[in-house]
Design a protein around this ligand. Structure first.
Ligand code: G4P
Length: 548
């Protein structure tokens, strides 16, 4: 099928915009859209780079690294500001590999951890979980996995850094199963570790992939020895091979066999061992992604489920990123295509404001070139420059009124109250926070009974970003102060009377409305939240809310 693709493309350019259902189906089938989830330092940047290297999208390692220089500047927003230019480009990396189109979405996992990270995961069809084999399951791995679980996102696991002294592999699997509550199906098994790391045994193919320290080259291959009983192995490393045979027997007995359906349902994760920095085991991951990971999946909308092969175009915005130039307040809305074919210059309907827009200026993300891609299909991401009329969760179509669902806001974990030094700037403050709230940079809560606005975030760096942007873009010098609030829950209740009573009876600043007008309870402690929930059984307290 790959051979006639250029012909098809040129025929299409010459003739009409119509595109056959068969072509759309073919394009959808060959797409994979995924994100890497990991705790900082587990190797996400390295892995990203090696994946791009294998695909030929970049020639030399070191290209993706730029971002790392910002890492030490934990609390230095200016550094991040500098990085913003490249971060638009590296937010989505599209590359071709073995006749497939792969979209790798970056999930910021470092100090810039924020709500973006969570929402990006609503735009992927599968995830790759990287774990530092010396450390095992870490805090942010848990948080991110819980987000994947909301949509039963299929997860591949990569146990990284086997060239170092790591934890016992069986113990690692055990930890994933018990802490992350997901079945493990080892696909490769390590032979030794650290200085005596010899390679991995492929349990499904009965092959041994011999480890050699990696190079920065793209075309590196590792020697394969067929069959665990191959006498060559016994010659090469007599000690390790006996150990391996014992372990493999144990693994076959004690762990789960790979089951594609269980993986696709998000109940089981195939596990690979390797060393990203040495390129080792990375190709196996990429191959598994092509062979097992799902092509773009159907997406739920308010009125119906949208199939990716449908001909009319549709999609939703999952992330907004402010552009570099503060004078213009340009923003880029990241839209995931859910169905049909997008073409530069086409007219699409912005459903929330019920207006047609013509999209001629669009950002696409081929990792290998600066060329603009002219078309996009389900699973692809396109960047739409705008001046603030697009929000997270906005849906677009060729006319049909459908609002995609499942783009969540997460209850913040960190809170600040906000004051301004110059009271004359109150209007600018409100405007700035309104816009930053719409962009998803921070959540803004206005207490019902008055008082300072409360900001909520899932990562503390969000506050710094907001303070800096308020100053630079809105001319507002705001002061953020700690508050007694420790968690927030959105409130819903069918019984209007109960809701009104609740609103009246709680004094202070603990009941507030967010930027979209939803009521929330701001609790001062876990105990306080539990008491309130017990006192008001008619009310439902939500830890997430959807775009409205
Ligand atoms: P992150 O994006 O998940 O934060 O991780 P990143 O790829 O930046 O990797 C974190 C560190 O781990 C880097 O060390 C990287 O070189 C190293 N690393 C990644 N994969 C492997 C591996 O397979 N084996 C070994 N031994 N190390 C690996 P670094 O450049 O020295 O950074 P830093 O430690 O100075 O922060």
């Amino acid at each position: 099928p790959g051979a006639d693709a250029p012909e098809l493309a040129s025929a299409q350019a010459e003739t009409t915009r119509t595109v056959s259902a068969a072509q759309i189906a073919r394009e959808v089938t060959r797409r994979r859209t995924f994100g890497i989830i990991s705790h900082p330092d587990a190797g996400k940047t390295t892995l990203t780079e090696k994946l791009l290297l294998f695909s030929g999208a970049i020639q030399l390692a070191g290209t993706v690294k730029g971002r790392k220089s910002g890492r030490h500047a934990t609390s230095d927003w200016m550094e991040i500001e500098k990085q913003r230019g490249i971060s638009v480009a590296s937010s989505v990396m599209q590359f071709e590999y073995r006749d497939h189109v792969v979209n790798l979405l970056d999930t910021p996992g470092h100090q810039d951890f924020s709500e973006d990270t969570y929402r990006v995961l609503t735009a992927v069809d599968s995830a790759l979980m990287a774990i530092d084999a010396a450390k095992g399951v870490e805090e942010q791995t848990i948080k991110l996995l819980n987000v994947c679980r909301m949509r039963n996102t299929p997860i591949l696991t990569f146990m990284n850094k086997m060239d170092r002294e790591t934890r016992d592999p069986l113990e690692l699997l055990d930890e994933v199963e018990s802490v992350l509550q997901i079945e493990c199906a080892p696909v490769t098994w390590p032979i030794g570790m650290g200085k005596t790391f010899r390679g991995v045994y492929h349990l499904l193919r009965d092959e041994i992939l011999l480890f050699a320290p990696g190079s920065e080259r793209a075309d590196q291959t590792f020697e394969v020895v067929k069959g665990i009983d191959n006498p060559r192995l016994a010659e090469m490393f007599p000690l390790e091979i006996e150990q391996l045979k014992m372990e493999v027997e144990l693994v076959h007995g004690a762990s789960h066999a790979f089951d594609l359906d269980a993986y696709l349902a998000g109940k089981q994760t195939p596990v690979f061992f390797g060393s990203a920095i040495n390129n080792f085991g990375v190709r196996e991951i990429l191959d598994a992604l092509l062979e097992w990971a799902p092509a773009p999946r159907p997406r739920d909308a308010t009125v119906r489920t949208v199939e990716p092969q449908e001909t009319p175009f549709s999609g939703f915005v999952f992330k907004i990123q402010a552009n570099m130039d503060p004078a213009h307040r340009d923003r880029i809305a990241f839209l995931r295509v859910c169905s049909g074919r997008f073409e530069r210059g086409m007219k699409i309907k912005h459903l929330r404001i019920n207006r047609d827009i013509r999209v001629s200026n669009v950002v696409t993300f081929m990792a290998s070139s600066r060329e603009q891609v002219e078309e996009a299909f389900a699973g692809d991401i396109i960047g739409l420059p705008n001046h603030g009329n697009m929000q997270i969760g906005d849906s677009f179509s060729e006319g049909e009124m459908l609002q995609f669902t499942g783009i969540p806001y997460f209850a913040p974990d960190f809170f600040r109250s906000v004051r301004i030094r110059n009271p004359l700037k109150i209007k600018q403050l409100h405007k700035g926070l309104q816009q930053l709230g719409e962009e998803g940079a921070v959540q803004v809560f206005k207490p019902v009974h008055g008082g300072d606005l409360i900001l909520g975030a899932v990562g503390v760096l969000q506050f710094e970003v907001v303070a800096s942007r308020l100053l630079n873009e809105y001319g507002v010098d705001a002061v953020f102060e700690g508050t007694s609030i420790s968690s927030a829950r959105w409130i819903t209740c069918d019984d209007k009377k109960a809701l009104a009573e609740f609103e009246k009876s709680i004094a202070g600043n603990n009941i507030a409305f967010d930027a979209a007008g939803n009521m929330a309870y701001l609790a001062t402690s876990g105990v306080n939240l539990r008491h309130t929930q017990e006192r008001w059984p008619q009310l439902t307290f939500h830890a997430t809310r959807e775009h409205s």
